[in-house]
Write a protein that binds this ligand. Structure first.
Ligand SMILES: Cc1cc2nc3c(=O)[nH]c(=O)nc-3n(C[C@H](O)[C@H](O)[C@H](O)COP(=O)(O)OP(=O)(O)OC[C@H]3O[C@@H](n4cnc5c(N)ncnc54)[C@H](O)[C@@H]3O)c2cc1C
Length: 461
């Protein structure tokens, strides 16, 4: 790397080839531009380059390398440990590089690198088509997809990466490539779960599936029945038909409508269901759930996009977030008991723990077919400490860490890169398990100098 140039020189170098705004520390928008979704993280980049097209991205990668400074790539900015930004380096910011083009005949959506999940749902919904994304619509397609992507359609359509058919990537040397099954297929394999390690993805192409409407919503039970519900759920969901999605959570009922007043601020066990088959068959599929007589049954027909945006008002940007996760393939009775102990101790009402099933279609992909190895039909379990008040930072963090420590002995090993904090290289290696060495080789081919290292980093072989 060459010596570090002054900021002015960096702006001059970039300014010549860059269409989007360049926001340095003295810019009026600097503080809003550097803000991340997780208010626990406060980073001060040297320069934020708002990219508008592929040419801007190429210019930014080249200028950053020439200046010898570190680069971060920002998509939706939702990353838990804030890996879409960095201190004292250049942020390649994709927040104004958003858009979706739908090809209904080929059933493919072409999605620009900084697009948010809800924007894709909005664009594909009128065609009666769907792709599996996450449960909050303001999350970035970029980070979510590159890490794997779990959500309300995982059991029906697989992980988000299982539906990624092509990507355009600006590599570490500033060159531009397309990766698909026939061209740079090793890169496509790595992008399917390997995170932002391989370059800046400027376009994702997703396979779409015909799902015009889902029958979806929550069922809630009082926490007194939490152990019974978790034990039932663990056996039920694994063998449920692919069309039936349902993730379980321990949560506090939000203190606002549409939740009935008598349930507000009560701690409960809940499952968010999503039947993605023929709506006429939903009642039959959900009969075993209703046989358990939930206190609230909010299941109803809706577009997928409405389901994926249902929690947006509860989790706006600017809260404190700390999370831990593990992969779970069995939930023995001792783990059920530990779950209940920490659910009873939810420290503030936004704190929660979720079990996202990686079964159905997601478990029929081979563990070496994509970079994401965990295809054993279990769950990602995530424990999330959240609160708007910075004074509660330690409270929610301590609860999440203690909960995770209590459950970790029952975990299957591995984890999900998108739902951890910065937990060290060994943790990343464990998560990728048998796929790590191949990822490191591909990293060595496409980014031998580890230019893209502000992420859950895979070291080049
Ligand atoms: C409220 C909330 C809800 C969530 N729900 C889900 C969920 O339902 N399912 C799920 O799987 N995950 C979920 N997540 C986790 C989410 O997948 C990760 O936080 C992810 O990192 C967010 O991606 P982003 O683009 O918004 O974040 P950013 O912070 O912008 O980026 C995250 C990482 O991805 C890299 N990156 C982003 N875009 C690109 C790109 N175009 N090219 C190259 N690298 C890129 C960044 O460099 C960084 O390393 C959720 C997170 C939050 C905060």
């Amino acid at each position: 790397m060459t010596e570090v140039l002054s900021d002015t020189t960096l702006i001059e170098t970039l300014g010549a080839g860059h269409r989007g705004r360049l926001i340095g520390a003295d810019h009026a928008d600097y503080d809003s531009a550097r803000q991340l979704f997780n208010a626990m993280i406060d980073k001060r980049p040297r320069l934020i380059a708002r990219c508008h097209d592929v040419a801007d991205v190429i210019a930014a990668v080249k200028a950053g390398r020439e200046a010898g400074i570190d680069l971060a790539v920002r998509g939706g900015g939702h990353n838990g440990p804030g890996l879409g930004s960095l201190d004292d380096g250049l942020v390649i910011d994709l927040t104004e590089f958003r858009g979706v083009i739908v090809d209904p005949e080929q059933r493919v959506a072409h999605v620009l690198g900084g697009t948010l999940l809800g924007e894709v749902d909005h664009a594909i919904q009128p065609f009666g088509l769907a792709a599996p994304f996450g449960i909050i619509s303001t999350t970035g397609v970029g980070g979510l997809t590159l890490g794997g992507g779990v959500g309300n359609l995982t059991r029906t359509l697989g992980l988000t990466i299982d539906n990624l058919v092509e990507a355009d990537v600006v590599l570490a040397d500033g060159s531009f490539v397309t990766a698909n099954e026939t061209k740079n297929d090793d890169l496509l394999w790595a992008l399917r779960g390997g995170g932002g390690n391989f370059g800046v993805v400027t376009r994702f192409a997703f396979r779409l599936s015909p799902i015009p409407t889902v029958v979806a919503g929550p069922t809630l039970w009082s926490l007194d029945r939490g152990a019974e519900i978790l034990s039932w759920y663990r056996d039920f969901i694994r063998d449920a038909p692919d069309e039936l999605n349902g993730w379980l959570g321990f949560l506090t009922v939000p203190p606002a409508p549409p939740f009935p007043e008598h349930l507000q601020l009560q701690k409960v066990a809940g499952v968010l269901w999503c039947w993605a088959g023929d709506p006429a068959d939903a009642d039959e599929a959900l009969a075993p759930v209703r046989a358990l007589e939930p206190e609230l049954d909010g299941i109803q027909p809706m577009p997928v996009g409405a389901l994926n945006a249902a929690f947006d008002p509860i989790y706006p940007a600017g809260d404190q977030w700390y999370w831990r996760s593990d992969l779970v393939t069995e939930i023995p009775d001792e783990a059920v008991a530990a779950n209940l102990e920490f659910a009873q101790a939810l420290p503030t009402w936004k704190c929660t723990s979720h079990l996202y099933p990686i079964s159905g279609a997601a478990a029929r992909v081979g563990s070496a077919d994509t970079a994401w190895p965990a295809r054993d039909g279990g769950w990602v379990q995530v424990i999330v400490g959240v609160d708007p008040d910075p004074a509660n930072r330690e409270l929610v963090t301590d609860w999440a860490v203690s909960f995770w420590e209590a459950l970790h002995p029952y975990a299957a090993g591995g984890g999900y890169v998108n739902m951890i904090m910065e937990e060290g290289g060994d943790r990343v290696r464990t998560i990728y398990g048998p796929n790590y060495d191949r990822l490191a080789e591909i990293k060595g081919k496409y980014d031998p100098d580890n230019v893209f290292h502000v992420n859950q980093n895979i070291k080049p072989a």
